[in-house]
Design a protein around this ligand. Structure first.
Ligand code: BGC
Length: 750
């Protein structure tokens, strides 16, 4: 499977002809000057990244892999380390590289800073439910401030994978199912991590991952293959990456998956044609953990030497833990199989980012013990985490206005192991967030002494150890606590049941084939319901769950995800109405696993309409509709939409306006959502596509007039060649409180 000479020539040509986009020609000069001094070994060293490997503050490693890594650090054969944290550790490793290697090139230190470093914010899927770009940007900003205070200068985030499959455990890391919302959030996170000045000591380089289409893992099983059409690739999977690049993201990580038969790490189509040539990206691409080596298991590269050849030729600049470049690149270059120009291009990209970070001015600039001492868990960070947590909560049901809770002498039963769990809310991908450090629901409720709270666990959610590394064992049998919970429910005016997923039930390697409440929780819910129907169900989970029974029976349901350090405080404040919930679902909640993938922006079939005969597109045993649609979320007040008007007189700026009135009795925030439908196009368009939203606050009785502008940017689409087109014809405009409940108008694009 030799790469054809012609393809290679094209790659080399594109490297030379491509205008470097860096704003700073000074940096370009420095990069070139340094490159000219480097030996081939040193160049390859920059492209090699290692995971942390030994107790850094202990004695030197004596043998094996650790010894080898140590020696490579000393001889300039490592460009980056990851999973090393703390000023003392980072300083020590940096010193080994800078003081021993011939050119003293500083390392860049990466880490998965996904939703906070020490102060933990809600999981990204929860934050996406806020639809609050400023708050999300701040969340990533704070994560960067804390990470950069411990020596780190590179976050392996944001994760911008779109996914339509809640079975996939990694949906908790992203922004959900929609490319428009996902693009806005991705860009906000890049700004948050990188700030306005990458050289500042409290900003870090961001990394948009996983390039590309990893969120479409077949059947929701992690690491599975991806086989999607070009329309979905261009219009759904790629836009958030493009938005991150446009926002100036300095690195991308490629992905574990095959995309239509080619491993992403070996895909020149993705990394060169689209990213580097098409989007003029001048930062660097890092592989995912040993994703290069995995090309052997995929049946693409036959050995590690081919891994090196295929990955680099395809545009994967830095090798994370495959040991392919360090082992084989030299012989490949010397044999003429890989041209030196491709190596030089990769090295320049890496050095460019290091210069931009200011690492050459001061390799220890992120190693400030004072900052480390004062900034981690800073009260301001917790204040922002609490605000973010409140904004992330979604009210799914509130029959008879059971919520907000009244602050009077009520007897409230709190039931469920998760109510007393300080660990699960920290969620998956918790960086250095400490185990058991979240405010639990019980602790949060204790701030409201007006009611009497009594707690019964009901049942354990897990059995045995809970670890991020190993499979969780869920309690499927032990119901010995049911009786106590039922007794308590009987004696109480109201029951708050906190049910859902353990914090380690989502994330990498944590796909689920069933999306019900895990273990005996559903049985517990039904048993308690028999004793007291006045239930508020508080859900804690990292993905959409199947909640049909609860929706049918339980009067009030609050989706609180895994909300991070301040979880219990946020939940209590929402339960008591001190904060009026305003979150909207960033993913559809299915009625059954058989409906998956289920997403609002689907195409129309040729047989969309119900008929007396069976020959229309439907299930015989389930509705086509999700239980809760994308964009859904209630408030303690109500909003009325009216007077949708479109002014198409300026065809380049279509003006849409709508009135929204708060018809209830309390102040509330609403996310006004605008969807379009391009009715006939050369490549069929989905029945609905989000193309605008605005979060507004309205006092009781207040009406606001909200305006949207639709330009070519919103009205076009990518055809199957990846070309962006805006086609004339009729467009339907839908505005509403979620993707289902909308008011409609139309206009003609000439
Ligand atoms: C994950 C990445 C992560 C990397 C480094 C991989 O297993 O897929 O998202 O950044 O590990 O921790």
């Amino acid at each position: 499977m030799k790469i054809k000479l012609f393809t290679l020539l094209l790659i080399i040509l594109s490297i030379y002809l491509h205008p470097i986009n860096a704003q700073n020609s000074d940096i370009e000069n420095k990069v070139n000057e340094l490159l000219s001094k480097m030996t081939l070994d040193e160049k390859i060293g920059q492209m090699n990244q290692y995971n942390g490997f030994w107790e850094v503050t202990g004695p030197e490693p004596v043998g094996g892999n650790a010894k080898m890594k140590y020696e490579h650090l000393k001889s300039g054969r490592v460009g980056s380390m990851f999973n090393i944290t703390g000023v003392e550790n980072v300083r020590k490793i940096q010193k080994i590289a800078v003081e021993n290697s011939r050119l003293g090139i500083p390392l860049i230190f990466g880490y998965d800073v996904i939703h906070g470093y020490k102060t933990i914010s809600p999981i990204p899927l929860a934050e996406a439910a806020s639809w609050d770009l400023k708050a999300i940007e701040l969340s990533s900003r704070i994560a960067a401030i804390e990470a950069s205070a411990v020596g780190l200068n590179w976050s392996f985030g944001p994760m911008v994978d779109i996914s339509r499959d809640p079975r996939w455990g990694r949906v908790m890391e992203g922004a959900g199912e929609d490319p428009y919302l996902g693009s806005k959030i991705g860009a906000a996170r890049v700004k948050g991590f990188q700030g306005n000045d990458l050289a500042a000591s409290n900003t870090v380089a961001a990394c948009a991952k996983h390039f590309a289409a990893y969120g479409f893992s077949e059947a929701g099983r992690d690491y599975n293959i991806v086989d999607i059409g070009t329309s979905t690739l261009y219009n759904v999977a790629l836009p958030p990456f493009k938005a991150a690049v446009d926002a100036g993201v300095r690195t991308l990580m490629n992905s574990f998956n095959l995309l239509n038969g080619i491993p992403a790490t070996g895909s020149s189509f993705l990394q060169r044609d689209i990213l580097k040539d098409g989007w003029a990206f001048d930062g660097f691409v890092v592989s995912d953990w040993a994703s290069g080596r995995e090309m052997i298991a995929h049946g693409y590269a036959s050995d590690l030497k081919q891994v090196a050849e295929f990955s680099l030729t395809a545009g994967s600049d830095m090798d994370m833990e495959s040991y392919a470049y360090i082992s084989h690149l030299k012989e490949l270059v010397e044999a003429g199989t890989v041209p030196i120009s491709i190596v030089d291009d990769a090295v320049k990209r890496i050095l460019r980012v290091k210069f931009e970070l200011g690492l050459f001015d001061d390799p220890y600039k992120y190693c400030n013990a004072e900052r480390e001492k004062t900034l981690l868990n800073h009260p301001d960070h917790h204040k922002a985490a609490l605000d973010m947590a409140k904004k992330s909560i979604v009210l799914l049901k509130n029959k008879g206005n059971l919520l907000p809770l009244k602050k009077e002498k009520q007897k409230i039963a709190v039931i469920g192991a998760l109510a007393n769990d300080k660990n699960s809310p920290i969620g998956s991908w918790r960086a250095m967030g400490e185990d058991n450090s979240a405010v639990s629901v019980l602790e949060g409720l204790s701030a409201y002494p007006e009611n009497t709270i009594k707690y019964a666990k009901g049942a354990d959610l897990t059995q045995g150890r809970t670890s991020v590394l190993f499979e969780l064992k869920i309690n499927e049998t032990d119901k010995s606590g049911f009786a106590e919970a039922i007794e308590l429910a009987k004696k109480s005016d109201l029951v708050i049941m906190v049910l859902g997923e353990h914090g380690f039930q989502t994330g990498e390697g944590r796909s689920r084939a069933n999306l019900d409440l895990p273990g005996v929780q559903q049985e517990l819910l039904e048993a308690v319901y028999q004793a007291n129907k006045n239930i508020v169900l508080v859900l804690m989970n990292g993905r959409p769950l199947i909640l049909n029974w609860a929706e049918e029976h339980v009067p009030a349901i609050l989706e609180t995800w895994h909300l991070g350090s301040q979880s219990g405080n946020a939940i209590a404040q929402v339960l008591y109405g001190d904060y009026n919930p305003s979150g909207k679902l960033p993913m559809s909640f299915p009625r059954s696993v058989g409906q998956i993938p289920i997403y609002y922006n689907h195409y129309s079939t040729g047989r969309p309409n119900p008929s007396n005969l069976v020959y229309w597109s439907h299930y015989n045993d389930e509705s086509n509709e999700p239980l809760y649609p994308f964009g859904f979320g209630l408030s303690y007040t109500n909003f009325k939409y009216s007077d949708l008007k479109i002014d198409g007189s300026d065809q380049k700026n279509i003006k849409v306006q709508v009135n929204i009135k708060n018809t209830g009795t309390v102040k509330g925030e609403e996310v006004v959502q605008l969807y379009i439908h391009d009715k006939f196009a050369s490549v069929t368009r989905p029945v609905k596509e989000l193309k605008g939203f605005e979060k507004i606050e309205l006092m009781p009785g207040e009406t606001k007039n909200i305006k949207f502008l639709l330009t070519d940017k919103e009205l076009g689409f990518y055809n199957n060649k990846g070309e962006y087109l805006v086609e004339p014809g009729e467009f339907e405009i839908m505005v509403g409180t979620n993707s289902k409940d909308v008011i409609r108008a139309a206009f003609e694009l000439q």
